[in-house]
Design a protein around this ligand. Structure first.
Ligand SMILES: *[C@@H]1O[C@H](CO)[C@@H](O)[C@H](O)[C@H]1NC(C)=O
Ligand SMILES: *[C@@H]1O[C@H](CO)[C@@H](O)[C@H](O)[C@H]1NC(C)=O
Ligand SMILES: *[C@@H]1O[C@H](CO)[C@@H](O)[C@H](O)[C@H]1NC(C)=O
Ligand SMILES: *[C@@H]1O[C@H](CO)[C@@H](O)[C@H](O)[C@H]1NC(C)=O
Ligand SMILES: *[C@@H]1O[C@H](CO)[C@@H](O)[C@H](O)[C@H]1NC(C)=O
Ligand SMILES: *[C@@H]1O[C@H](CO)[C@@H](O)[C@H](O)[C@H]1NC(C)=O
Ligand SMILES: *[C@@H]1O[C@H](CO)[C@@H](O)[C@H](O)[C@H]1NC(C)=O
Ligand SMILES: *[C@@H]1O[C@H](CO)[C@@H](O)[C@H](O)[C@H]1NC(C)=O
Length: 396
């Protein structure tokens, strides 16, 4: 029995060696390195954003309502130090969203989900400086539980993810930043997460996860429309970005359910039609639970996206960072590259490209992972370092 196992092992080794040497002559190994940085222990490490034009990243830990200010090395972008600040009345205030303000350069929006508040803070000049609150916006009833917060034009937006105490309904909140009496609540489905503007039409799109639909808002009329995700392609709309140029429109991801994801993401352009794309690779792609998304386009590399597959909803979905490229007309996926995260079942949460590295937050393991490579522009692999489908061999 033992000798049989030993023989199979030798055969496997021999086959492996042949494959490796055959590949060596054809393909050089590419540079992709992940490093994990430990954050303070917490059960929910949530959103993060870079403070524009600084070497600071702000990361929210919701389970203890702590804001982690992380300093990056100015040259390598490696996280080098952090300082933790409690936000809200106490550790149950549920610090959740974080987003940079453009109207107030250098200032950051935060949400306190359990206190029904949005805060505009000055993160401070250096690592140890305590953030100072510049403005507080109270979410009006019947709204409840601000989750992700965004600034679009002169308005601040938040998806209210908790059912209203008064009506049992869910709402999207929007307020004029300089006129606090101009506030609006749009009733929506369960429950709003990302809120983005379609650049050509100025229409606002909102992902709603549990009810698996996208809401469109015409801010001129206040009219809202639901675009349900066809169950045949997947479910659970979460991540969304606005994109420009050849990718123009909003792009969104489907995170799947307890049985896994479908590797599906979608696009809505100026026509308002939903168009879906599906990852093909059988090992990490077709069951991917795509929670978040970022633009990976570059001048040399053309249109591209970072997609983040998570084990948050199902352990059948991998924790992986996936880079997809498109044909020139952005009508079909032309390449898929898979970077498996170091810690599986970490429930990876958000992806943020910096100037030359990419950061991924791991919700359940209080970790920030950093992808480094030898290229100078995020996602722009040198031609000799790009990975195509050809380098994948099918599992036997
Ligand atoms: C990255 O670039 C450096 C400097 O050019 C080189 O020495 C190193 O071998 C490269 N690493 C990888 C993994 O390609
Ligand atoms: C936090 O404050 C709220 C009310 O202000 C209170 O209900 C809650 O018990 C407090 N939680 C902790 C952990 O102190
Ligand atoms: C937080 O504290 C303020 C003042 O100390 C109080 O008015 C407010 O009700 C508290 N919020 C919550 C959610 O307990
Ligand atoms: C932090 O910032 C303050 C005020 O800008 C400054 O006085 C102080 O020297 C800074 N500390 C460090 C360690 O840079
Ligand atoms: C502020 O908003 C309110 C409510 O929409 C509106 O009536 C008022 O005219 C606005 N004020 C200014 C200065 O725009
Ligand atoms: C918003 O609604 C108004 C009134 O129906 C319409 O004129 C306008 O074109 C709509 N905006 C968009 C971007 O569709
Ligand atoms: C989970 O998603 C799959 C794929 O969309 C679907 O076939 C299945 O019915 C869903 N399961 C539940 C319990 O909703
Ligand atoms: C990758 O594989 C997909 C599906 O098999 C195929 O359509 C696509 O052309 C391939 N892309 C490259 C760059 O080989």
């Amino acid at each position: 029995m033992l000798s049989h196992i030993f023989k199979s092992f030798v055969v496997a080794l021999a086959v492996g060696a042949t494959t490796a040497s055959a590949q060596n002559s054809a393909n050089s190994l590419v540079s992709r390195r992940l490093t994990e940085y430990l954050m303070p222990v917490a059960t929910e490490t949530h959103e993060f954003a870079r403070v524009p034009n600084t070497n600071f990243v702000l990361l929210t830990q919701m389970s203890d309502s702590e804001l982690i200010k992380i300093e990056l090395d100015a040259t390598t972008e490696e996280p080098i130090a952090f300082q933790s600040f409690p936000m809200g009345n106490n550790s149950s205030s549920q610090l959740h969203g974080v987003w940079p303000s453009t109207v107030y350069p250098g200032k950051m929006w935060l949400s306190l989900q359990a206190e029904n508040k949005l805060l505009l803070v000055d993160p401070g000049q250096n690592l140890t400086t305590e953030p100072t609150i510049i403005k507080t916006i109270d979410i009006p009833a019947p709204g409840n539980g601000p989750h992700c917060v965004f600034e679009i034009g002169n308005r601040v937006w938040a998806g209210l993810k908790v059912a209203s105490k008064q009506t049992g309904q869910f709402y999207v909140f929007s307020a004029d930043i300089s006129n606090s009496t101009d506030q609006k609540l749009y009733q929506c489905l369960n429950s709003p997460v990302f809120i983005k503007e379609e650049p050509t039409t100025g229409l606002i799109y909102v992902t709603q996860d549990t009810d698996s639909s996208i809401m469109r808002i015409n801010v001129t009329t206040g009219e809202t429309t639901q675009l349900p995700i066809p169950p045949s392609v997947g479910n659970n709309a979460v991540g969304m970005i606005s994109a420009y140029g050849p990718m123009s429109g909003v792009w969104f991801t489907l995170a799947g359910n307890a049985t896994g994801g479908t590797g599906t993401f979608g696009h809505i352009g100026s026509t308002g039609e939903m168009e879906f794309f599906q990852l093909k690779h059988p090992m990490l792609g077709s069951n991917a639970g795509l929670l978040h998304i970022a633009d990976a386009s570059s001048v040399a590399g053309g249109p591209a996206l970072w997609l983040l597959s998570t084990s948050l909803l199902s352990t059948n979905s991998p924790d992986a960072l996936i880079r997809v490229t498109f044909d020139a007309g952005v009508t079909a996926v032309s390449g898929e590259e898979y970077i498996s995260m170091l810690t599986q079942n970490a429930m990876v949460h958000r992806v943020l490209p910096l100037d030359k590295t990419v950061l991924v937050s791991e919700l359940h393991t209080f970790t920030l992972a950093q992808l480094t490579y030898n290229n100078t522009i995020a996602g722009q692999w040198l031609p000799a370092e790009s990975v195509s489908n050809a380098t994948y061999t099918q599992a036997g």
